[in-house]
Each structure stands twice: as structure tokens, then as C-alpha cells.
Design a binder for this molecule. Sequence first.
Ligand SMILES: O=C(O)CCC(=O)C(=O)O
Ligand SMILES: [Fe+2]
Length: 499
Amino acid sequence: MTDNQETQDAAAEDTSPSGSATLPLRQPCERLSCHKSSVCSRSYFVVVMVFFHVYIINVIALLFYVHYNSGQEDASRSRDAPSSGHQRPESRRPPSKDELQRDISLPRIEGIRVGHVQKVSLVSGRLHEMRTLSLKPLLFEIPGFLSEDECRVVMQLAQLKGLMESQLMVQDGQEELARELNLSPEEIFNLLDINQDGQLQLHEVYVSLWTERHNGIWLTPENLREIYAGLKADKDGNGLLSLEEFRLLSNDAFQRFLLQRGVKRSQLVRNSRHTWLYQGKGAHQVLQDIKERVIRLTRLPPTLVDLSEPLQVVRYEEGGHYHAHHDSGPVYPETACTHTRLAANASTPFETSCRYITVLFYLNSVDGGGETAFPVADNRTYDEVSLIHNDVDLLDTRRNCDKSNLRVKPTKGTAVFWYNYLSDGRGWVGEQDEYALHGGCMVTHGTKWVANKWINIDPDYQRQVRYQQCPHCLSPEWWCPHPAAQTSILSWCNLDLLL
Ligand SMILES: O=C(O)CCC(=O)C(=O)O
Ligand SMILES: [Fe+2]
């Protein structure tokens, strides 16, 4: 209604024949109400417009936010369920010049949710089913990845080449390592004393000893008590070690004790035999086919797979095992990757395997035991100390596989694969995924054959690029990793080219 109409309506009421005394009173009221409604509709319009603009501004701000955070979201999506313990400070810093110049971006397969099945095309004329087994680590299972014939050929080729002990009983250079560490007993004591109470509890010593540091010998809590008693380290017998008592438990005394007592294979971190099979040009067709299928499965650039370690074939006898471990080490600035070490000019004090992905093939179905265990898969949090609790060591695959969150039963031809590293959120390798901890449970009946295809990628992009431009930098130890194989049984390495 316009202002002009309002005036005309009012004038019409003035000339009304009713002569009612209420008219003069009603008039201003109605006029007021007309006027009020006009004011109201204008202010209503203004309010609506303000809300509309605020809404538009919000939408634009949201779009900007999503755009600038897409990198981080990508990283957390790759984990699907990020936990507070997994914040990656480096993913919040602005990309460096190097990062902007990257021209390789690593695809990562989405897990969606545990139990999700996706169809994958790995060989022509057939689709395979790939099931998500866990999101932390991102882990998949593909039944029938290898045919029966392929499994047989791989096992035969490995036998023809010869398998070596995966872990030697006594590792040379152990004392050298201890000397290189260059830490006083006080310093070691302080580092081990996690709760800083000036005494070492059993689990504090144990956590530090389960690593391969001590000749790769696996120690159970009982072993430790025995060592304490044998060395008479715990003089007051209270189960705790003071600094004075700890001094007695020096590395030498510890080694001597183990030598006296004798170590059985079952007490090693790993009790298996293995060999390596070259998969490049000229290799057996089955080995080349498997490599091609791995490229299709992982969707990674073929060069990365070509320049990775050869296929490792492993055989466990009855009683064999591999305690829980990581296939890749954490990467710090002072750590270099084994595969890029030669290409990297810098000499770094530490070296570790950098295996972005593990593809594990089961070459036979095992009669009893031999599952691959993932003790902390999809745990809400990861806490290294709580892996060993109340004398239950979750890393011990001879005793405690039944307590692992996830176990995969070996079935001939099935492949499982997982990511050992998180994404850095910008298409490259990020931090080590602690949840990728896994091991081979003890084989209780029969033998177990598996093969590992590791895809090596250096979290340091520039080092990886330098390595790719320097293929002759390929580490010869991969062909013949055992020092003895390189010197006395050279034919093992040469045979590779024939197979
Ligand atoms: O044997 C298994 O199930 C696991 C093997 C493994 O983790 C390895 O060889 O690194
Ligand atoms: Fe492994």
C-alpha cells in the first residue's frame, strides 16, 4: 500500500454517514496502524537483507576456509579417524619453495570404513575385491591376488636361489654400536627411567630392551628377572634397579650372561629364513607380472615401484615367528633412508628403511598359527609404554597374538597391503604410522611362506628425486643383503639375473 492510498482511505472514513462517536477516535488509531505496518515492512526488509548479506559472507568465508585447509583435511581423511595424538605440526606450516615445485603426488587409496569392499582391476578380464581391514593403519586385503601357480613358482624360485637365516644369532658390530652410542651409564639410566623416580622398574628396562639393540634377542619379563638374578644386579632383591645396581648390568655383563646361558632361535626377534628375488627386466615373467599388479593396486608411479627393493620371500618352519615391529623407521632430520643413502650427499648418523607401503603375499595356507597380527590396529590411542602391561607384552607374537586387535589368517594367494606412513597432507609421505605395528604369529603346525613387496619412498622429497635420477645408486645389499652372500656365495646375486 502506498502513502497516497492511505490518505484517500482516511478521507473516505471522515465522510462516513454512520456519525458514530468512535470514528474520530478510531481514525488516528487506524492511521497509526497503517503507518506502523509500513514502517514494519521496511525494517523487516532491512533485517532480511542484513541476514542475507551475513549469510553470503559466511558462505564465502567457509569456502575460503575449506580451500586453504584442504591439505590438512586430506591428511586426516587418509587416516579417516584422526586422533589427538596424531597432530602433525609440519602440516600447518606454509609450503616451502621445494614443496611447491613437487611434480609427483602420491595417490592414497581411501579406506572408507572397516569392512568396505571395493572392486579393483588388477588383471585384464577380472575384477578383484579389496576389503578394508582397518583404518589405522590403512590396511586392505585382496583374496586371490596371486594364482596357485604363481604362489608355487615364487616358492620354487626362492628355493632355487637359497634362503638365508633372517636373523643371525650373534651380530657382529654390536659392541661397536654400544661404543658409538657414547653414553655414560648415568645417562642411559636417566633415559630409561621413564617416570624419573630414580629407580628402574622392570617394564622400564624391558621397553628399552625389546628393540633389536640386544643382538635382536627377545626378552620376556621372566628372562629379565632371570638376568637380574643371574647377574645379581638387583642386590636388595626388591625388583627395582637403582643407579648403582644398574651399573652392574653393563652391556658386557649382559652379553656374557646371554652367551653363558645360550640363546635359542625361538628367543630371537625373528625366526625365519628369507631370500630376495629381482623383479626387473629379464626376471621370471611371474615376478614381473606381480610387480605390474602391485603398480595397479597401489596406483603409484611405476618408477617408484621399479626402484624399490626386490621381492622378499620368507619361510617360517614350525615354531617360527616374527615379533611385532615396524617395516619402516621414524624419519628425523638426522636419519637417512637406506634406499636413498647413496644418492643423498649428506652423511647422516642414522639410517632406516623407508617403506611407504608393504604388500604382503601369502604363498600358502598355514595349518596352524602364522597369522599376521596388528596389535594396535584401530586403537583409539597409541601408547608405547602400555604395549607391555602387567607382564603381558603385546609385541610378543609367540605368546600374545590372541590379544592383538587384528589378525589376518594366511590364505594361499591372498595379499594384504598397508601404509607404513601417513600422508603429509600435500601428496607426499608424512610421519610414520605407529599403528602399522605388526608381526608374524608363531607357526604351530606346518610351514608358512610369505613374500613382501616393499615400496620405498623417502619422506624427504628432494632426496627421493635425487635417487630417481641416479638409478645406479641402487643399494647392492638388496640383491645380496647378507655380507656372506656378497663375498662367499656371489652366485646368489648373479643367479638373480637368470631367474
Ligand atoms: O609373516 C608375517 O605374517 C609378517 C611378516 C613381516 O612382517 C615381515 O616380513 O616384515
Ligand atoms: Fe613386517
